[in-house]
Design a protein. Structure first.
Length: 74
């Protein structure tokens, strides 16, 4: 089962997948790369990754600049 939720890290739309066969709940956000995998029974954290919001804000600013016609120096 999949639910659309707001990311607890950045507030963007994220997905929560409940895997009955695996016995886990996976919450992930493509906007800020947030990931949380918990045990469906106990709620224990099995895997997690939550980058700082500064990474998210920087990537958002870069996207805005690129849509306004800025070029990226390599």
């Amino acid at each position: 089962m999949m639910q659309r939720i707001h990311c607890p890290n950045c507030g963007a739309l994220a997905e929560r997948h409940c895997h009955a066969l695996l016995g886990e709940v996976r919450t992930q956000c493509d906007a800020c790369d947030y990931l949380l995998v918990t045990c469906a029974k106990s709620g224990r954290v099995l895997e997690s990754y939550a980058p700082g919001l500064e990474v998210y804000k920087t990537s958002q600013r870069l996207q805005i600049l690129l849509t306004q016609g800025a070029t990226v120096l390599q």
